[in-house]
Design a protein around this ligand. Sequence first.
Ligand code: IPM
Ligand code: MG
Length: 359
Amino acid sequence: MKIAVLPGDGIGTEIVAEAVKVLNALDLQFEMETALVGGAAYEAYGHPLPPATLKLAKEADAVLFGAVGDWKYDMLERPLRPEQAILGLRKNLGLFANFRPAICYPELVASSSLKPELVAGLDILIIRELTGDIYFGQPRGRRVATDGHFPGTDEAFDTMRYSRPEIERIAHIAFQAARKRSKRVTSVDKANVLETFQFWRDVVTHVGLEYPDVALDHMYVDNAAMQLVRAPKTFDVLVTGNLFGDILSDEASMLTGSIGMLPSASLNASQQGLYEPSHGSAPDIAGKGIANPLATILSAAMMLRFSLTQETAAQRIESAVKSVLAQGLRTQDLASKGTTPVGTVAMGDAVVRALNSQR
Ligand code: IPM
Ligand code: MG
């Protein structure tokens, strides 16, 4: 089991170290190799995704990824910015299927910004298409406008596009995932305005005919954003495009108490995957030892499940996380007023202790 470990920037190094610690506490043999990515790789090699890092990722069974980005790179030209590393990995490894579960642990109900009764027992799965849409659509760029409201002035443009096979494969992923859950898929689009998403709706509907046992409904993205905070438990599996999925998954993360709790998996057609917390590099708290490592630790559990076929180990990690939460341990993002939060390392250590006491 070969794992490429790419901690990245900001809190990335701190949280990935805890996930590696947890993996090493299992009775499994991993071959782990670490490489620089993002701003850290730019500093060392002048590129956020150096060829050696990409090669390591391609040859691994799975990639354990931290986070990339820092404000100090905002002035770099776009191809050199840290974010290009994650976009490049998604593209080069063909990681089109992004799983972002949003689960509200009973112990964290009070940490959510929503009323407890709205989020208690929440368990939804956002499936985001990850290699298409306006993120990668060509053409894009800047030019002098020849038409529109202000011809002759500077403008910028991107292209939103999806091909039939791209929509079909992510739709199949969503229906298959729903079969293992409560058999409901909500496809989120903007079919009332966008040609791309009318097509999305048509193709998803067509794929849905192959899954008569799964209930499919369609929802406009603005309504979905509202329903997620009005009645989040009415959802089971949401499937959507790259841009809408980016936004809705951040929104959904807050239902669970903290974005510091949300793992994610990005898979290609051969189950090779990249596993990362849904949150970013949080440069404001980097190096302080206070970041929540649980999203990354839970991402490592997803990695064991999806790419390394180690379901038992995945469940062990997930139950260890539940038990540290039940013990009352909270990092600063989860701690309620008046309680003392634990740091990143202490939280990782507690998960290891919980693992060890399972035996
Ligand atoms: C995410 C992030 C990325 C995205 C950025 C860092 C490029 O926000 O994984 O959700 O927009 O996909
Ligand atoms: Mg995002």
